[in-house]
Design a protein around this ligand. Structure first.
Ligand code: CA
Length: 670
């Protein structure tokens, strides 16, 4: 097909020779990015078959494009440099090489106004050599593990049924107590039967035992900050520095120099999790690139993929030096195709959009629609904010306040998070959990899932004065994630003289709010064993001594672990906690009147959402003394009290007054 196109193009070039100096110098002046000719076919840059390999780079402003072929993924010189042929209709430069190029590497170099932009693997490399500087030509089918064609993620009836577990490959497995062989690797999540020194499950067995439904892996596309050729240096990074969006990161593979290995091992990880019924969510960072001037975007179509301020300088909504322009046609297309590629090639079940507030609403809705068409179980959520104000109309950005304009897409609730533990920007400031009054409405806001509810005073909710979610499943319910203190550290920082017993009590109380919320619950890996990060708030480059999860804590904090496990099981067993529908929440969730501060209580009534329990009363006491609560008269079975959970009952209490022990949650039902 490309052959034919190129022949036609060559013929047209001959005809046009009288008007143009030469075919490769056809130059159109564009007065705006919108005038750039666009690709209608997929933005695929390389298609391999054993007979021939076709290349196509979208570079509408180029005067000349060269394809360079290499024997190696790094070092040396190209063994061949091939001029590519321009197609002015769609802005691409194409060439087909009639040889079997498997095992070779390639880069493009784009010349604009007599300046070569520099080598780039393109914007859409799908396999790369070490450190992602050259794209690789491999047989993708050969990277599939056995049984891959039958691999499938979990079915999701409602996003309210999802339990998210945010994990970094290295944190999860690097410590000696993990008992995992492939430490810091994708393969860590494929090992069954791993145990901590006291023979308690770690790794994938731990995830299964805990009961999470989806693992949300921190950025695992190819990022720039770890030198993949020097893994012995044991450098750490979260990975929010994108380089190649459509290739797995090499440092988590057992051999970054072999392009097929990272792809195969990533797929093995997905398959192993799927085999346990656990979905995989990818953290995607399309909002900025690590490099700007030397990024693959900039070396291919300078300016086009980024937003700029009125003075021509780069906008910086990411706080990392640039912000991408999702609103531009080819960037939007790129993001949609990238998401679909991860779904189709790697069987990814969900996406967490970093700084989603930089992207525009139209793009996010288009992504959601395209992704749902591939897999109706897909779940998309993101950070509904930006680091700085993006250069784009605020009412068109995928910000938290606009969540209701993005049906089915969820955003993190900092209202609930900070209402419980205190604000992001001040680690020392406490909130509900530490007995600080005034956060009750923020906690209530999180309980209902950020929807409109007649019993919430929105004027008293932090950060927002309206219900931004149309449905409760649009809210991610959480108390900590990677880029903050973990709960233990936060409690130590905000509650002077706190004892280990109080830490455990308040940790359980906070997570009980999260897991009984009508939003979608989310925990940061290791919270369930009361991990800490030695007080570090931003641990993005901290060493293993800070970030690694010490799995001996699972033994030391077995009581807390059991609580987390029982809490997740309670949510899964009782549909009243996950109604997934705003109308139903308004009808069946009723807040109960309370006396004084730091006490929030509500009732899930009348077998809400088909629950087997008629009325469920949930109460949260942030005080350091016991609290009394008025409830309808009658007999209740206690299922959660004073830091213990047992679905089959911890005893009986009678209304109209029940006691909630200090710093704990109470759940009773009749
Ligand atoms: Ca990398």
């Amino acid at each position: 097909m490309n052959h034919i196109k190129n022949s036609i193009l060559a013929f047209i070039c001959l005809l046009s020779a009288a008007m143009f100096v030469s075919c490769t110098h056809q130059k159109r002046e564009f007065s705006s990015y919108d005038q750039y000719p666009t690709r209608t076919d997929d933005l695929v840059e390389m298609v391999y078959t054993p007979q021939s390999t076709s290349f196509a780079l979208w570079a509408p402003t180029a005067d000349e494009v060269r394809l360079m072929l290499f024997d190696e993924g790094t070092g040396g010189h190209p063994y061949e440099t091939v001029p590519m042929k321009q197609n002015t209709q769609d802005g691409t430069w194409r060439i087909t090489i009639d040889k079997n190029l498997v095992g070779k590497f390639y880069t493009f170099n784009v010349k604009i106004n007599d300046k070569w932009q520099g080598d780039t693997p393109g914007i859409n490399a799908r396999a790369v050599g070490v450190n992602g500087k050259r794209a690789a030509i491999i047989d993708m089918k050969a990277t599939n593990p056995a049984g891959w064609d039958n691999d499938k993620g979990p079915a999701v009836k409602s996003p309210a049924d999802i339990v998210l577990y945010e994990v970094h490959h290295r944190d999860f497995s690097i410590d000696s107590t993990s008992g995992i062989k492939n430490k810091g690797k994708y393969l860590a999540m494929t090992e069954k039967g791993t145990r901590n020194p006291d023979n308690l499950p770690t790794g994938i067995d731990h995830l299964k035992d805990l009961g999470v439904t989806h693992v949300h892996i921190l950025p695992s596309y190819d990022y720039a900050s770890i030198d993949e050729s020097k893994l012995e240096e044991n450098k750490y990074n979260w990975g929010y520095d994108p380089q190649n969006y459509n290739v797995p990161e090499g440092s988590y593979s057992t051999n970054p120099a072999d392009p097929a290995v990272r792809i195969n091992e990533f797929k093995q990880m997905v398959q192993a999790l799927h085999n346990e019924g656990i979905g995989v969510v990818l953290d995607v960072v399309y909002n900025h690139t690590f490099n700007t001037e030397d990024s693959n975007f900039e070396r291919t179509v300078p300016g086009y993929f980024y937003r700029h301020k009125a003075d021509g300088t780069l906008a910086n909504g990411s706080g990392c030096g640039n912000e991408t322009a999702s609103d531009r046609e080819m960037m939007r297309k790129y993001m949609i195709e990238s998401v679909l590629y991860w779904m189709n090639e790697y069987h990814i079940d969900g996406f967490r959009f970093d700084l989603m507030g930089i992207h525009d609403i139209e793009t996010m809705n288009a992504i959601q629609e395209a992704a749902k068409a591939v897999n109706p179980n897909v779940f998309i959520y993101g950070e509904g904010w930006a680091a700085e104000a993006p250069i784009y109309p605020a009412d068109s950005l995928a910000m938290k306040a606009n969540a209701y304009k993005m049906p089915g897409i969820a955003v993190f609730s900092d209202e609930l998070r900070d209402g419980l533990r205190g604000p992001f920007n001040n680690d020392k400031q406490a909130a509900f959990l530490a007995g600080v009054p005034g956060e009750e409405e923020s906690v209530k806001f999180g309980i209902v899932g950020a929807i409109n509810h007649p019993q919430i005073n929105y004027a008293s909710v932090n950060y927002t004065d309206t219900a931004w979610a149309a449905e409760p499943t649009q809210m991610i319910s959480y108390i900590s994630c990677h880029d903050d203190m973990c709960v233990v550290d936060r409690l130590k920082e905000t509650v002077p003289g706190i004892t280990p017993d109080q830490i455990a009590r308040l940790d359980k109380l906070g997570q009980t709010v999260v897991f009984t919320s009508q939003g979608v619950p989310f925990i940061y890996a290791g919270e369930e064993v009361l991990r800490d990060k030695k007080g570090v708030h931003n641990s993005y480059i901290s060493p293993d001594s800070i970030n690694a999860i010490d799995w001996s804590r699972k033994t030391q904090n077995k009581d807390a672990y059991d609580y987390y496990k029982n809490l997740i099981a309670l949510r899964k067993a009782h549909p009243a906690f996950r109604m997934g529908n705003a109308e139903m929440v308004r009808q069946y969730l009723e807040f109960l009147p309370v006396e004084g501060d730091n006490l929030v209580a509500y009732m899930l009534k009348d077998n809400a959402n088909g629950d087997s329990w008629k009325d469920i009363i949930v109460a949260f006491n942030g005080r350091n003394t016991a609290a009394q609560l008025q409830v309808p008269a009658g007999k209740y079975t206690v299922v959660c009290r004073d830091g213990q959970i047992n679905q089959s009952g911890l005893g009986t209490v009678y209304g109209p007054e029940v006691t909630i022990p200090a710093q704990s949650a109470l759940i009773i039902h009749n």
